[in-house]
Design a protein around this ligand. Structure first.
Ligand code: GLN
Length: 287
């Protein structure tokens, strides 16, 4: 009898393995981190008690995950640029490829030798770009905008969480319209990861993506609406020789280049590929 009990004793490794056929190990770890309110490493070094209640709670988290809820919405957290962000269903989940835009901002500042840069982050969502930039570029002054009030609330919480609320100003409104209340809205850099999915492709997205806010995904009929607005309006908000850093979707490079080139005031300076070899981040200068 004693022997049998010992064999059946469940531990955290049992839970990590339990759904290895259905979810990646990293997600199992993220759910367990959340369940035990601990750091990932603690799962391996601390001795957590795994009883029936814990197992049931874990089962229910995994079943939410399997039914299509992204792990970040279940745990309320997402990692971006090595920082921890609060996320809810009101915001787009930060993606690793968007880190390219943050790194590109640092390159831009190095090339242009701009001191005390003023940076505008349009469509800030969870505030992941604005907050990481404020953290990485100590002397930067940052303005972030979004049309969604609930998203801005999350972005503000993320700024508070990282002790950066005095460095980032948030404004609500549609793209540049949000800036009517901003003092001297002239920037060295405008950065944006806009919604860029074609409207008629929305129904065919992965089920995990479909639960994200539609306004964070929908780029209009051809997916390019936001690029058109940015190309048309940005010169009013950029300092001379300022830069625009944009995330672009699969296959959009030529179209976005054409939109900007048609104004004859921009130079397409650089396009960077993401980890899958897809052209993902575009650096444009105002001439
Ligand atoms: N700026 C946020 C991000 O890059 C949100 C983007 C969006 O909502 N389209 O993750």
């Amino acid at each position: 009898m004693i022997l049998k009990n010992n064999i059946c004793k469940k531990d955290i490794f049992y839970l990590i393995d339990k759904y290895s056929h259905a979810i990646p190990r990293v997600e199992a770890e993220m759910l367990l981190e959340y369940l035990f309110n601990c750091a990932r490493i603690d799962l391996y070094i601390k001795d957590f008690k795994v009883d029936e209640t814990i197992e049931e709670l874990y089962d229910s988290l995994v079943s939410r995950r399997i039914s299509g809820e992204p792990v970040q919405y279940i745990t309320g957290r997402a990692e971006f640029m090595g920082l921890d962000f609060i996320v809810t269903k009101d915001v787009f989940i930060p993606r690793p490829e968007t880190e390219l835009l943050v790194n590109m901002t640092r390159d831009t500042l190095n090339v242009t030798q701009t001191k005390n840069p003023k940076i505008l982050d349009l469509c800030t969502g969870s505030g992941n770009i604005a907050v990481s930039l404020a953290k990485l570029i100590q002397e930067a002054e940052i303005v972030a905008t979004d049309i969604s009030e609930p998203a801005l609330k999350i972005a503000e919480k993320n700024a508070v969480r990282h002790n950066l609320s005095d460095r980032i100003k948030f404004y609500k409104g549609n793209i540049f319209n949000a800036l009517i209340f901003a003092k001297n809205p002239k920037f060295d850099i405008i950065i944006c990861n806009p919604p860029y999915i074609k409207e008629d492709e929305l129904p065919y997205l992965q089920k995990e993506v479909k639960v994200e806010p539609e306004i964070a995904l929908n780029g209009g009929g051809d997916g390019l609406d936001f690029y058109r607005i940015i190309a048309k309006e940005s010169h009013r908000y950029l300092k001379k020789f300022g830069s625009i850093l944009l995330e672009i979707g699969f296959g959009q490079k030529k179209d976005v280049e054409n939109i900007f080139s048609s104004y004859n005031i921009f130079e397409i300076y650089k396009v960077i590929k993401d980890f899958s070899g897809i052209e993902r981040a575009m650096w444009i200068n105002l001439l």
